[in-house]
Design a protein around this ligand. Structure first.
Ligand code: AMP
Ligand code: MG
Length: 479
């Protein structure tokens, strides 16, 4: 199947017109294809080479339309850094329709009625970041929206400096956000909350249909899925940066990538977004922020689910799911096969030792994945060696209780402790080159992003420790 032969449907347009605006994209000038993800295309049933599909570029640029497609922007509201805004919506995203349970959107495709003061555009810099991180999160095994292709253009876009407009084609099984429910609660259209919930159940939780307490079950799934995603973020060292309710996907996957980061040295207080002066979305705050967002969702669902019932679910399900998943992932990262009574304490002392050691979080686990009792192989990467030296003594003792041999343990650990995560300094290098029309690094990063646990011997240069001056980069929201 060729991408340009896909036939879309538009079930969202069966909802009332208050849910969306029908709007045409505004094409960019002199568009050109920069990169494609065949892996994302496979989700649509597309197996023909995207780079040979001459219509792809024009479809992403909104000049050509896929069969069955009708273009529209979705409305939503949201709590942004704790403050409620009643009307946000797709200000620069245009939806094309749905195929194979994936909703297609072009981001940066021009003005909509939800653009407010924005220009409807996305710059190349932030589009490269979202394109690559979407595919990287998938490679890391974290539920996420995907990105099928990235195009650039000559269209000038004003940010802090003049930049060039770009568009990514992104996919997700749903683009409904916590903020979509907040919109209909705030606008007083409470009858539409149930309509939206039915849509969400149909789209994201069809297995719940016909269950008793349908809407409460839906909420329970949202709580569970969100807790699982955040546990994965914490285990891999990912910081989203803008956990506003409009950026929280209703099925719990990660969406809307902005000033995200991966931990350099393990620093639980790290904040990667310059706007976030209070550290509301610091690394360690993420699980609590997710829980807060889920509570906001429970409040606006109160016309269809008794708030006390949702609160009970939130209380019973969120932290228990989060802790179970987080610690299981951490034990896997440590290579511990069968859980023992003291493993939780061992993992907690490890995290404390990491915080005191100035060692890169990702590098530490990759080194630990080949640890053979020679402490220097791990400690060589630390500035302050004592805390991890002590912890490795306890780890050595614990490993004696393992039944799996060392090679088997290493193999399992290398499959869960990535070598490649997309650090901001590496992304910036790819962006600098792309702005000079050299897209090789973007494409090379896509390869490692999709297979982050493998060694890529010809791409070894992409695995660089973060230079001291580039550690803990805090980015602006400008995009
Ligand atoms: P974000 O920070 O990307 O989650 O965006 C927050 C809100 O601002 C969403 O409603 C976006 O659609 C909107 N927005 C962000 N940038 C632009 C832009 N350049 N033009 C129009 N709307 C935008
Ligand atoms: Mg957003």
């Amino acid at each position: 199947m060729k991408f340009s032969n896909l036939k879309l449907t538009t079930p969202y347009l069966n909802l009332k017109p208050t849910f969306y605006e029908k709007v045409d994209p505004t094409p960019l000038d002199n568009p050109f294809l920069i990169s494609t993800s065949q892996s994302a295309a496979a989700l649509l049933g597309v197996d023909e080479d995207l780079n040979l599909d001459t219509e792809l570029l024009h479809i992403i640029n909104g000049e050509k339309i896929l069969k069955g497609s009708e273009t529209f922007a979705m409305c939503y509201a949201g709590h942004q850094f704790g403050e409620f805004t009643g009307r946000l919506g797709d200000g620069r995203v245009i939806n094309l329709g749905k195929v194979n349970n994936q909703n297609l959107q072009i981001k940066g495709a021009g003005l909509t009625m939800y653009s407010r003061l924005g220009d409807g555009r996305a710059v190349l810099r932030s589009s490269i970041r979202e394109y690559l991180i979407s595919e990287a999160m998938h490679g890391l095994g974290i539920e996420t929206s995907r990105a099928l292709a990235l195009i650039g253009s000559d269209t000038a876009v004003r940010r802090e400096r003049m930049e060039k407009g770009a568009i990514i084609l992104r996919l997700s099984p749903t683009w409904v956000r916590f903020g979509t429910f907040e919109y209909f609660y705030a606008s007083g259209e409470h009858d539409q909350l149930q309509v939206l919930a039915d849509y969400v159940i149909d789209e994201s939780f069809p297995y719940l249909k016909n269950s008793e307490e349908l809407y409460l079950n839906m909420y329970t799934e949202i709580v569970k899925n969100t807790a699982i995603t955040i546990a994965k973020w914490q285990s891999i060292g990912f910081i989203h940066g803008v956990m506003n309710t409009d950026n929280m996907c209703i099925d719990g996957r990660t969406i809307d990538y902005g000033p995200f980061a991966f931990l350099d040295d393990y620093n639980p207080n790290f904040v990667c977004n310059q706007t976030d002066k209070q550290g509301l979305y610091s690394f360690r705050s993420q699980p609590g922020a997710a829980r807060w967002n889920l509570d906001m969702l429970a409040r606006v669902l109160s016309p269809i689910i008794d708030y006390d019932d949702s609160e009970e679910v939130l209380r019973d399900v969120f932290w228990s799911t989060y802790n179970k998943v987080y610690f299981t992932l951490l034990y896997d990262k440590m290579g511990l096969q069968i859980q023992q009574a003291d493993d939780k304490e061992l993992s907690e002392t490890m995290i404390r030792a990491l915080a005191a050691s100035n060692i890169d979080y990702t590098v530490f686990f990759r080194k630990l994945s080949r640890y053979n009792g020679d402490k220097s192989t791990v400690l060589d990467s630390c500035i302050n060696k004592d805390p991890l030296d002590k912890w490795l003594n306890a780890y050595d003792t614990r490993l004696e209780k393992e039944t799996r041999d060392e090679d088997a343990r290493h193999e399992k650990m290398l499959a869960v402790n990535p070598k490649y995560v997309l650090k901001n300094h590496t992304l910036q290098e790819a962006i600098d080159k792309a702005e000079k029309h050299d897209f090789n690094m973007v494409n090379a990063l896509l390869t490692v992003a999709l297979n982050p646990f493998d060694e890529h011997y010809t791409l070894e240069h992409l695995f660089k420790p973060t230079p001291i001056k580039s550690k803990n980069i805090c980015l602006s929201c400008s995009s």
